[in-house]
Design a protein around this ligand. Structure first.
Ligand code: PEP
Ligand code: MN
Length: 337
């Protein structure tokens, strides 16, 4: 349920209600909106609890949260969330563009990528150091060396670094180097991993599992939020369908649907979503037209030599042209007729 505080409730009254919620054996999440503060009270509850909380000083009303996900729900926080870390700002009117290679391969490759995407206007650098590959014989990533190279690229360009963490034991290591922790599609329902990143002071980019429903995605986000990390971005990266002309099927209705259900920002990955470089620029523009809060795009200095996902990676020149297109769409949307 949500304890909605009165507009002029004092911070002492809010703190007192947080104590009351905790005394009832519930978890309290304080969400400060522009209008008023609400406290989401999560856990096993009884009607008597609602009545007892409703009588608290400074409380306007206590209402149930109807959605199965709680802290992620728009019911709890009507205003959109902006996730911010270093150069990256995503949501609430800020369009974040995360770009870079699928995998970090060498110092030269990541530095060249970082300089190129920065020059074209990207606001963060991506690059996998721990790679979830379908085959155990494929390149698995440079691991800690890859993380070091990403940190060096941030040092030079100032771009925030987004990189995947694949297992709970690596969370601390990856967080030591990265600005944003990416949870890959294959791990969307790795609940212990979600809890682990929920306990870390780093934003999380949570990718949709290839066969996950919207509700499963939102409940996965809830695992992270419930551990106290409020900075979660949801990422649509395509789902598996009967269709085979693209690597995955990229549903863009995800953007307005999720924005209707949650305050969390929605990022689109047109690279994995289509699997073909020539489909990436139009789908990036379409994602922004649909209202996406961010994009994550694979860019490689020489896609034909990439150690992973070269066929869906843009060259720096293609990425620069995509940015021009994306900016034009973003500006057109912001313009009033
Ligand atoms: C990636 O971003 O390189 C990646 C492996 O993505 P996904 O988890 O969406 O397959
Ligand atoms: Mn990839």
């Amino acid at each position: 349920m949500i304890v909605v505080m009165e507009k002029n409730a004092t911070s002492e009254q809010v703190a007192h209600m947080v104590d009351r919620v905790q005394q009832l054996g519930l978890k309290a999440h304080v969400i400060e909106g522009t209008e008023r503060t609400v406290i989401a009270a999560i856990g096993d509850k009884r009607e008597t609890m609602r009545e007892s909380l409703a009588s608290g000083e400074g409380v306007a009303e206590v209402v149930p949260i109807l959605a199965p996900y709680k802290v992620a729900s728009r019911e709890v926080k009507p205003e959109p969330t902006c996730v911010e870390r270093g150069s990256l700002k995503v949501g609430a009117g800020h369009l974040g563009v995360i770009a870079g290679p699928c995998s970090v391969e060498s110092e030269e490759q990541i530095m060249e990528s970082a300089r190129a995407v920065k020059a074209a206007g990207a606001t963060a650098l991506r690059g996998g150091a721990f790679k979830p590959r379908t085959s155990p014989y494929s390149f698995q990533g440079l691991k800690e060396e890859g993380l070091r190279l990403l940190a060096a690229a941030r040092e030079e360009t100032g771009l925030a670094v987004v990189t995947e963490v694949m297992s709970t034991e690596d969370v601390e290591l990856v967080a030591n180097y990265a600005d944003v922790l990416q949870i890959g599609a294959r791990n969307m329902q790795n609940y212990r991993l979600l809890e682990a990143v929920g306990g870390v002071d780093r934003p999380v980019l949570l990718k949709r599992g290839a066969s996950a429903t919207m509700e499963e995605l939102l409940l996965a986000a809830e695992y992270i939020l419930n551990e106290g990390n409020p900075n979660v971005m949801l990422c649509e990266r395509g789902i598996r369908t009967f269709e085979s002309h693209t690597r995955f099927t990229l549903p863009l209705a995800t953007v307005p649907y999720l924005q209707h259900k949650t305050h969390l920002p929605v990022v689109i990955d047109p690279s994995h979503g289509t699997g073909h470089a020539y489909l990436v620029p139009p789908m990036a523009a379409a994602a922004v037209a649909a209202g996406a809060d961010g994009l994550i795009i694979e860019v490689h200095p020489s896609p034909e030599h990439a150690m992973s996902d070269g066929y869906q990676s843009l060259t720096p020149a293609q990425f620069a042209a995509t940015m021009v297109r994306v900016r034009a769409v973003a500006q057109a949307l912001a313009a009033t007729p």
